[in-house]
Design a protein around this ligand. Structure first.
Ligand SMILES: [Zn+2]
Length: 338
């Protein structure tokens, strides 16, 4: 079986890897229908997160179950399934509280840019769709594995409710789907922060009412201007840099909330600023498993079309070009078909 392996900065190869098989009785092996490149894959790709050894890549996936271990009862061969980037048992206290990405038995699922994938803890991790989907639904179903679930979590963590004013920092796939999530949750006003025309267009399609092109302090000033000087009720931080986190915190009104889902790189918070800001912070790796049934339903019934974030589709063997296009911001997100 061939799959993507990252060797070092900007060096992704598509090469022969050992085919996955059922090892534990709780495993499933799925044949990948579609996978993709994540914004967070760009951190190691750009060398910001060091790569010490050849590393198989990919943590977003959906596909057909091929084989299951003898203890697996909730999914069976032939079903189309979606799972999270963290395998979870869905039974421990953290899972029961809705935080499957903090499962006491969590395992990262990180080898999905390949033809086949082993998924541990299959019963707790995978959710089957009502039937094998038609091809046009696959991109949207794939987003539920990470980016849509992450945008949804950002909106929930920021306490987006009907009537609220929301600002979204970051115009990558997660930020754009944060806009869609805020809109689904009934936000009245959604301010997307983006300076790229194609992304602004998609943000508007997903429900953004205002676009702010300024960044940093100027971006904050612009949000204040748009909100009678107080800031937004809810701010979604979907980048993970010091600048974006500060922009998010300072754009939030006292009593408001920041939902942060960008994987932080070098972010440090100042205790005194945090103290006087009067904002709630909640975030982390999204427990996308919790949202899968609800989001599958929305996609299945064609209420949402998050698959629009894929503006480049490539055969899996061109995975290196998929990374390049996202690194150079020629593509928002690359879909890969084995
Ligand atoms: Zn658990």
């Amino acid at each position: 079986m061939r799959g993507a392996v990252l060797y070092g900065p900007r060096d992704v190869r598509f090469e022969e890897r050992e085919a996955p098989k059922v090892i534990e009785s709780t495993d499933a092996v799925i044949r990948i229908s579609a996978t993709c490149v994540c914004g967070s894959d760009l951190w190691p790709y750009r060398g910001i997160q060091p790569v010490t050894q050849p590393t198989p890549m990919g943590h977003e996936y959906c596909g057909i179950v091929e084989d299951v271990g003898r203890a697996v009862t909730s999914v069976k061969p032939g079903q189309f399934v979606i799972g999270s980037f963290f395998a979870s048992d869905n039974t421990c206290p953290n899972c029961r509280a809705g935080y499957q990405s903090s499962c006491q038995r969590k395992e990262f699922v990180g080898t999905a840019q390949a033809g086949r994938l082993r998924v541990p803890l299959a019963d707790g991790t995978l959710v089957a769709t009502p039937a094998v989907p038609s091809d046009d639904l696959i991109p949207s179903l794939l987003t539920l594995s990470d980016v849509m679930g992450t945008g949804w979590f950002a909106a929930e963590a920021a306490n987006v409710k009907p009537g609220t004013t929301v600002a979204v920092v970051g115009d990558g796939a997660v930020g754009l789907l944060g806009v869609l999530s805020a809109s689904q949750r009934g936000a009245e006003r959604i301010i997307a922060m983006s300076r790229h025309e194609s992304r602004q267009r998609l943000a508007r399609e997903f429900g953004a009412t205002d676009i702010v092109t300024e960044r940093g302090d100027e971006g904050v000033a612009r949000i204040k201007e748009l909100t009678k000087g107080v800031g937004a009720d809810a701010v979604l931080e979907c980048v993970g840099t010091q600048e974006s986190m500060m922009q998010a915190m300072r754009s939030t009104r006292p009593g408001g909330s920041v939902g942060y889902v960008g994987v932080p790189h070098g972010v440090e918070l100042n205790g005194e600023e945090l103290f006087y800001a009067h904002v709630r912070l909640h975030g982390g790796p999204a427990p996308v498993r919790r949202f899968l049934p609800e989001l599958i339903d929305l996609v299945w019934n064609r209420k949402i079309n998050p698959g629009k974030v894929f503006d480049l589709t490539l055969p899996l063997d061109q995975v290196a070009e998929g990374y390049r296009a996202m690194d150079e911001r020629r593509a928002i997100k690359t879909l890969l078909r084995p």
